[in-house]
Write a new protein. Structure first.
Length: 286
């Protein structure tokens, strides 16, 4: 394109530099005074023939299409976390996408302006949201569902976590489900700093030895759950909870790995149908 034919292509808007300049000028806020009344702001849209172009331009400058990819709401959330986003950016992520004339961020701006910000959005109805250009029943329902989901997280009391302070507490938690298994299984109980249960996972089914159970699998689960402690456990279908040489070697290996990871191996329990053996109670965690 030559200097006399330079074009700007944004959201369907194609215009000469001079025309774009005219649209920008007609979109600025000006102060107008009426007699003794205080000045007030009026948004000028220019001549009637340019209103559509002006509106589309305003949607563009308030949207994501002019932003670099790393500064768009979803990408900023990935890099910096949800708390770093503004109200309009969070709403844009919930919307996911916009329309051919208005991207998600511009639509979020229009919604918040229409309903009166975040607090207005909480009170908005399906019909209120559907009055915004580009918002249909599906988008409106999506926003209302997200708001209700957030509200319920504030209203509902989190369940009380089971506290596993002693080997017996852990055994009572595990025996009903794993003590009578016909096949040997190895698993972990993950706990927080107060020895409250986070989750229980089976990691191996079959013969439990050093070649089958690897520390990386154990501690990957612990890191994922943000656990500060691990209780190892496995069952003996034979009914005899006495530890084998492999059981002793496996325990030692896990304790050493835990010291390197900064995650304590609290105990290792061997389960049978009605009994258990605790390495901690026997003083064999080292």
């Amino acid at each position: 394109m030559g200097s006399d034919g330079t074009k700007f292509l944004r959201t369907g808007l194609t215009a000469d530099v001079a025309e774009v300049s005219s649209v920008i000028s007609s979109a600025v806020l000006t102060i107008r005074s009426r007699g003794r009344n205080a000045p007030h702001f009026t948004a000028l849209t220019g001549p009637r023939s340019g209103e559509g172009r002006c509106d589309r331009f305003l949607h563009w400058i308030g949207g994501v299409r002019h932003l670099s990819p790393r500064d768009r709401p979803r990408e900023r959330l990935e890099r910096l976390g949800a708390t770093s986003l503004g109200d309009n950016e969070l709403l844009a992520v919930i919307l996911g996408s916009g329309t051919s004339d208005m991207d998600s961020l511009a639509m979020a701006n229009a919604i918040l302006e229409t309903v009166g910000g975040v607090h207005g959005l909480i009170k908005a109805t399906l019909d209120d949201l559907c009055r915004v250009q580009g918002v249909g029943v599906a988008r409106a329902a999506q926003m209302l569902a997200a708001l209700e989901f957030g509200r319920r997280t504030l209203l509902k009391t989190p369940p009380v976590k089971l506290r596993l302070s002693t080997p017996k507490d852990v055994a009572l938690h595990l025996l009903p489900e794993f003590g009578a298994r016909a096949v040997e299984q190895f698993g972990i109980v993950l706990v927080d700093a107060r020895h409250q249960l986070l989750r229980t996972r089976i990691l191996s089914v079959g013969t439990v030895d050093r070649s089958v159970v690897h520390p990386r699998d154990v501690f990957r689960e612990a890191v994922s759950a943000r656990a500060t402690g691990i209780v190892l456990f496995h069952n003996h279908p034979s009914g005899d909870p006495a530890p084998s040489a492999d059981d002793m070697a496996l325990t030692k290996r896990m304790v050493e790995a835990g010291e390197l990871m900064g995650i304590e191996v609290v105990d290792h329990l061997i389960l049978t149908e009605t009994r258990y053996l605790s390495f901690r109670e026997l003083g064999r965690l080292r």
